[in-house]
Design a protein around this ligand. Structure first.
Ligand SMILES: NC(=O)c1ccc[n+]([C@@H]2O[C@H](COP(=O)([O-])OP(=O)(O)OC[C@H]3O[C@@H](n4cnc5c(N)ncnc54)[C@H](OP(=O)(O)O)[C@@H]3O)[C@@H](O)[C@H]2O)c1
Length: 327
């Protein structure tokens, strides 16, 4: 088989420990399709998976990169949902940062011509997680207030945009005025700079003392508890991630006093347990993107050999929206 280029993690470490090497082309097994990858969207968890600090620890060597878009090259036995030449996006968990991937056909969704590969690559995990969180887990209702922490990051931006589509009043919280300007441009109604103001006081101030109905937290660290202290009666606090590094320990009396729910969000498990629900959500997200209701904003596109720079930007809190690799 002809060789292809792959970004490889051969030992746990930082972005500079990754290597681009030539490996054999993949062959599709039963139920799989080989996709020529045109774009791989990176996520914060790619910085963790290569360091051995993520819940998934793949066998070495492996490629990071969970979500991708490209063109089907060939299909294995038993595949009828996609065929050679189809433009698709897909989700693998890891392994997509290479020129070609073999993916289960059930993990692929056809994309319309109007959607470019770079934006399509970043729709699956980022917007998928957030639609699952807001719709399936928090049951966000029109007219409710949604506070988003880390609002300019990948899932944060998705929460602003999906929150607006669902009719919420969105309060974006982030660590710099530049990030908050970006959040406003993408639809945030109110902004809070939590580098300058206590999140609890600020959320109470902008909600007239009532608190936020839904809090979307992909950051954790020192922001989660103060935010929870400013949740509304019967509010829903969405535990999405811990980009700040520390998993907060929340005093449970807060849930009692607020009559609120602390709700876990595990999108990868949702995809496994409810593939039909996942496909329906992905289709909905794609439709909204084609209708220009979602930006799927890409901050920068990097080559495979510049992947370290892209991962460092994520780790150093410098990305607004998504960063994408073009293998
Ligand atoms: N539960 C799920 O199913 C699921 C699915 C996808 C992702 N996630 C998780 O969601 C989190 C965000 O992912 P993402 O890809 O959207 O990340 P991202 O684009 O890097 O955004 C993360 C945001 O967190 C904030 N942050 C605060 N402290 C940080 C630190 N020390 N390092 C980096 N960022 C920091 C930053 O905003 P400020 O500078 O404004 O604070 C940043 O914009 C990750 O923990 C990821 O694992 C969970």
């Amino acid at each position: 088989m002809a060789p292809m280029k792959a970004l490889l993690c051969k030992r746990y470490g930082g972005p500079d420990d990754l290597a681009v090497e030539e490996i054999a082309d993949p062959v599709p097994n039963q139920g799989e399709a080989v996709v020529r990858v045109h774009a791989v969207a990176l996520n914060f968890f790619d910085t963790l998976i290569i360091a051995g600090k993520y819940q998934t620890r793949p066998e070495m060597p492996f490629s990071p990169g969970a979500e991708f878009a490209g063109v089907v090259e060939r299909v294995g036995d038993g595949v009828s949902a996609v065929k050679a030449g189809d433009r698709v996006l897909g989700y693998l968990g890891y392994g997509a940062a290479r020129e070609k991937v073999a993916a289960p056909a059930t993990r692929l969704v056809k994309i319309p011509d109007a959607l470019d590969f770079e934006r399509a690559a970043g729709l699956c995990v980022t917007y998928g997680t957030t639609l699952h969180a807001l719709k399936d887990r928090a049951r966000l209702r029109s007219g409710e207030t949604l506070a988003v922490l880390g609002a300019s990051g990948g899932v944060g931006l998705a929460a602003i945009e999906l929150g607006k589509i669902m009719g919420a009043r969105v309060i974006a919280c982030a660590s710099s005025d530049e990030k908050l300007e970006f959040a406003k441009r993408h639809g945030a109604d109110e902004v809070i700079n939590y580098a300058n103001e206590d999140v609890k006081d600020a959320l109470r101030r902008v909600t007239g003392g009532k608190g936020a109905d839904v809090i979307y937290d992909p950051v954790g660290g020192s922001y989660a508890e103060p935010a929870l202290r400013a949740i509304a009666w019967k509010g829903r606090f969405l535990v999405v991630g811990f980009a700040a590094g520390e998993i907060p320990k929340i005093p449970l009396n807060l849930a009692l006093l607020k009559g609120c729910d602390i709700v876990g969000v595990f999108w990868g498990a949702f995809v496994e347990r409810d593939p039909e629900g996942h496909r329906a959500n992905t289709k909905q997200i794609m439709d909204w993107c084609v209708q220009s209701k979602l930006s799927a904003h890409v901050q920068a596109v990097y080559s495979l050999s510049d992947a370290a720079a892209a991962l460092k930007a994520l780790a150093m809190r410098k990305v607004m929206g998504k960063v994408v690799l073009r293998p």
